[in-house]
Ligand binder design. Structure first.
Ligand SMILES: [Fe+2]
Length: 296
């Protein structure tokens, strides 16, 4: 499962303010079974210098990766310690994190979020063969629209690491033809893959649906915030949008573990109930495809 929209990197935008908060958000991601996280700090052209943005993002990303790696090593050591030699006859088998933990009765460690450690992912708590997965995190950005961005040569650097997936935040006004042309240029001239951030948030500004319809006739990927499925006000629109056949990607747009938490599991549950398991499977397949192959 992938979270395509997060403000999980510490100290870079209005999302997580420090590594402790990032740990709490990571804990929520893992508890909900998220295995891939796209880190998408806000990028506003003209507000921050490009080099400053990339430097801050790199530093934040490194700190998160180090925290995840340390946690992974600690878990391995803890799991090994749990394999008490006196219990060897119970034939417990522990493999690496890529493999399966077959010791159904391995004692699970549970620690409260915010304790400085990441709690065990949900999938490792129950008995039986379960996978133990530390999520993969990749840097990207949530790039706010700016005029003539179709020609901007910075865009490839703002895409998902190792790919050409660009998370584009459109303006919260009536969309215009020049905005449409920029999106089109990003696709056709720059040959980037465009994911439109939280599409449910623009709809109310589109009195004239002409540009909206034209944009969604382009090969763009709409991203929906999971929270929009949990609020009565937006749920109707989102379900209608999904039923119209749009292939969407889900993101939490998490900023803070209490105020704007990771809520993918709850959002997915609404999709499962209203549209069935197949809709989720399709979404996950698309997510996997873009994560692995966008731009390759
Ligand atoms: Fe966002």
């Amino acid at each position: 499962m992938t979270d395509f929209h997060t403000h999980i990197l510490p100290g870079i935008d209005d999302g997580s303010q420090d590594l402790e908060e990032t740990r709490r958000l990571l804990a929520q991601e893992m508890q909900q079974g998220v295995t891939r996280i796209l880190a998408t700090p806000h990028f506003y052209a003209g507000r921050d210098t490009e080099e400053h943005f990339f430097r801050k993002r790199e530093r934040a990303l490194r700190s998160v990766r180090e925290a995840l790696a340390a946690e992974d090593i600690e878990r391995e050591m803890s799991a090994e310690a749990d394999l008490n030699p006196t219990h060897k006859t119970r034939s417990r088998v522990l493999h690496t994190k890529e493999e399966t933990v077959q010791a159904g009765d391995l004692p699970g460690r549970q620690e409260p979020a915010g304790s400085g450690h990441l709690p065990e992912p949900e999938t490792t708590k129950s008995s039986g063969a379960e996978k133990k997965i530390i999520p993969e995190i990749r840097a990207a950005a949530e790039v706010y629209y700016f005029p003539h961005m179709g020609e901007a040569d910075i865009l490839p650097r703002l895409c998902m690491e190792g790919g050409n997936l660009l998370l584009l935040e459109m303006p919260f006004v009536q969309w215009t033809e020049s905005m449409y042309r920029d999106v089109e240029r990003i696709l056709r001239k720059q040959k980037l893959t465009v994911m439109l951030a939280h599409v449910e948030r623009y709809w109310e500004f589109q009195r004239d649906k002409g540009v909206w319809n034209a944009v969604f006739d382009l090969p763009v990927y709409p991203q929906i915030n999971a929270g929009s499925l949990l609020r009565f006000r937006s749920r109707g629109f989102v379900l209608k949008f999904l039923r119209a056949g749009h292939q969407v990607l889900l993101g939490s747009d998490c900023h803070h573990s209490e105020y704007r938490p990771v809520n993918l599991a709850a959002g997915r549950e609404v999709i499962r109930k209203k549209l069935g398991e197949g809709a989720l499977k399709e979404m996950d397949l698309l997510g996997e495809e873009l994560w692995e192959h966008a731009g390759k």
